[in-house]
Design a protein around this ligand. Structure first.
Ligand SMILES: Cc1cc2nc3c(=O)[nH]c(=O)nc-3n(C[C@H](O)[C@H](O)[C@H](O)COP(=O)(O)OP(=O)(O)OC[C@H]3O[C@@H](n4cnc5c(N)ncnc54)[C@H](O)[C@@H]3O)c2cc1C
Length: 381
């Protein structure tokens, strides 16, 4: 698929009134996962984003390697890591991981994910501004669909009531720079001299390194800490990328709309890992919608089941949030002790296995059948 620059000015013609069965707003991790899941349903799916697919990277782009493999996205992998190096002012420890993390190329990942869509799925660039019932308002006119998915990220544009606004909402914030260069290790810094409540990171990705700082407190600025960390690591502070990150679950269904990824607060508190959870909940949402499109359940059933699925993860998300609140309050020597303890393989493997289970990569399997396979299966039945 050619990646064009986002349409501007006169190119932003009205979207027209073609009827769509499913309207997916947001073409990043969550939205593209939903669209992929619908490929066998032969549904008229319209995906909207204010930017062309893959044009604007939204994160440091590190995810468990198995998730990328199970989604057929291994072609986007830049570098793979079997351990995590964690620094505090008092210690440095290498945590052995029971599974690997990989950094990937955002544009290529989005391209590979979108390539797995169904034949009746289309994409348009449009900025979504709100919704009235089943009609979504955009800068290119109104679009209606019987099923609407908000995968627009933290702002939850299609939610009821006023949009989520920082700094008073339950949001973290992150900022990173992407200098050219290389490094061997995935590294984290838990250091109050860098950021009061949060952490810094350096994620190498082949020929670039993503260096940034995240704060769990939306009032704390992250630009100076990011510049400081980049300077410490002798990296150029170039190619900035930053965003707000919700750190608490929000209702995954509301007023007939499905929410997946950051719009539903699906990013994990403490680690701010939101890519695999965006895939995970996007797939869960897509499976329910597929059942609607194939006549196996009605939309009300899908809303109920998907809402319950997401809410069923509340205890795990709340436990991560408790840890997020506790870590900045720990005495620095206690932080050192915990960081050192995780250098032991037994504890690290135990902890990271449980952590992966919150959104396990096996969930991506089996892949949704391709449209042709489905037709063949029906003929054989
Ligand atoms: C600096 C930083 C680094 C991070 N690093 C990692 C990491 O390494 N690993 C990890 O797992 N998580 C990371 N995260 C978290 C992760 O980026 C998010 O949780 C994840 O991107 C959520 O995916 P999503 O598809 O829900 O939303 P997003 O990726 O935010 O996508 C939302 C999409 O909606 C579009 N959009 C938004 N508003 C509109 C609108 N009004 N109209 C039309 N389109 C719109 C956007 O253009 C975008 O394409 C990081 C976050 C930050 C800020």
């Amino acid at each position: 698929m050619p990646i064009r620059a986002t349409k501007r000015g006169a190119q932003r013609t009205p979207l027209g009134d073609a009827s769509h069965q499913v309207l997916v707003c947001g073409a990043s991790f969550a939205g593209l996962a939903v669209a992929r899941e619908l490929r066998s349903a032969r549904a008229r799916v319209l995906v909207l984003d204010r930017y062309e697919i893959g044009e604007r990277q939204t994160s440091a782009c590190a995810a468990p390697t198995a998730w990328l493999h199970n989604l057929g996205l291994e072609g986007s992998i830049r570098q793979t890591f079997g351990s995590l190096v964690v620094h505090t002012p008092g210690t440095t420890a290498r945590w052995p991981l029971p599974w690997t993390f990989s950094t990937f190329d955002y544009r290529e990942l989005c391209r590979l994910l979108w390539a797995q869509r169904g034949p009746d799925a289309a994409f348009e660039t449009a900025t979504v501004s709100g919704r009235t019932g089943a009609t979504v308002h955009t800068d290119r006119g109104d679009v209606s669909a019987s099923i609407i998915v908000d995968a627009l990220g933290w702002r939850r544009v299609l939610g009821a009531g006023p949009n989520v606004q920082p700094p008073n909402a339950r949001l973290s914030r992150g900022l990173e720079v992407h200098p050219s260069g290389s490094a061997r290790d995935l590294e984290l810094w838990i250091d109050r001299a860098v950021i009061r409540a949060g952490y810094g990171w350096s994620f190498p990705a082949g020929d670039e390194v993503r260096v940034g700082v995240g704060s769990f407190d939306p009032h704390d600025h992250v630009k100076q800490p990011t510049l400081w960390l980049a300077a410490e690591l002798e990296r150029d502070a170039v190619r900035y990328q930053g965003n707000w990150i919700p750190h608490r679950l929000r209702p995954a269904v509301q007023d007939g709309v499905f929410f997946a990824g950051d719009s539903a607060g699906h990013c994990l508190p403490l680690t701010a890992e939101g890519i695999r959870t965006a895939f995970y909940f996007g797939i869960a949402c897509g499976r329910e919608l597929r059942a609607v499109l194939e006549g196996r359940q009605d939309a009300a059933g899908a809303l109920q089941r998907y809402g319950a699925f997401s809410a069923g993860h509340r205890a795990k998300f709340e436990a991560m949030l408790l840890a997020q609140r506790a870590v900045p309050r720990l005495h620095p020597r206690a932080v050192d002790a915990v960081v050192r303890a995780f250098a032991h393989r037994g504890l690290s493997h135990w902890g990271f296995r449980h952590y992966l289970e919150i959104a396990p990569p096996q969930f991506a399997l089996p892949a949704p059948p391709a449209p042709a396979q489905r037709a063949r299966r029906r003929a054989a039945a």
